[in-house]
Write a protein that binds this ligand. Structure first.
Ligand code: SF4
Length: 216
């Protein structure tokens, strides 16, 4: 499963899994809800996304078919808690329509991983992080998701230079870990726990952090 048993990342993964236990991500009921949530979570907290998802669910509109036919003002009303609701409503509607026109998720799942990634990134509002989240959590493809938490942790530990970009950071993880979607899934979720609870943008709580022993 793992290529290099002594590398930093494996120690990090084991420490986090022992500390927090399995995170059972993504918090969604099925791939459709996961993908909708992945787009809504841009530039906001998951709490706000949950409110938007609950609005859609309570109106029986938490699906690509409902979203693709929903008038924009109504969609904006539903997803307003997630912020940037005008922009997100257009992008979400376009994403839902594109998936339906492509034959649905089962048809898209026939694509090779990099083709599928390219397909999603070509959609407006879907960048590498959103695309990789979708590929990892909805399609179970082995792509490591790099988010702001992961970058901050890696840079503070000097695992990555401050100038590193998304692709280099992703490569850093891919080179050290075997391409196992289950591990990538769990590892990303565990890093989010650290980022939220300890490795804050200002005043990180290093003394209490489970990764403290891995600091230089
Ligand atoms: S030990 Fe400090 S720098 Fe490292 S992850 Fe924890 S809070 Fe961040």
């Amino acid at each position: 499963m793992v290529k290099e048993p002594d590398c930093n990342l494996i120690k990090v993964y084991e420490t986090l899994l022992t500390t927090f236990g399995p995170q059972n991500w993504w918090p969604a009921e099925g791939p459709e809800e996961m993908i909708i949530g992945a787009l809504l979570t841009q530039n906001t907290t998951w709490k706000n996304v949950e409110k938007a998802l609950a609005n859609l669910r309570s109106h029986n509109q938490l699906s690509f078919s409902a979203i693709s036919t929903l008038p924009l003002p109504e969609l904006q009303k539903r997803i307003k808690p997630s912020g940037y609701f005008r922009q997100k409503s257009e992008r979400l509607k376009a994403l839902a329509t594109a998936i339906i026109n492509a034959g649905g998720l089962r048809q898209l799942a026939q694509k090779e991983t990099l083709d599928l990634r390219t397909w999603f990134i070509a959609l407006k509002g879907v960048g590498p992080e959103t695309a990789d989240s979708i590929l990892l959590y909805a399609f179970k493809r082995p792509l490591f998701v790099i988010d702001a938490y992961t970058l901050r942790i890696c840079k503070r530990h000097n695992w990555l230079p401050s100038s590193t970009d998304y692709a280099k950071a992703q490569n850093y993880f891919s080179c050290q870990l075997a391409p196992d979607p289950a591990i990538f899934n769990e590892f990303h979720a565990l890093l989010v726990q650290i980022g939220k609870n300890f490795c804050r943008p200002k005043n990180p709580l290093c003394k209490k952090c489970p990764l403290n022993h891995l600091l230089d």
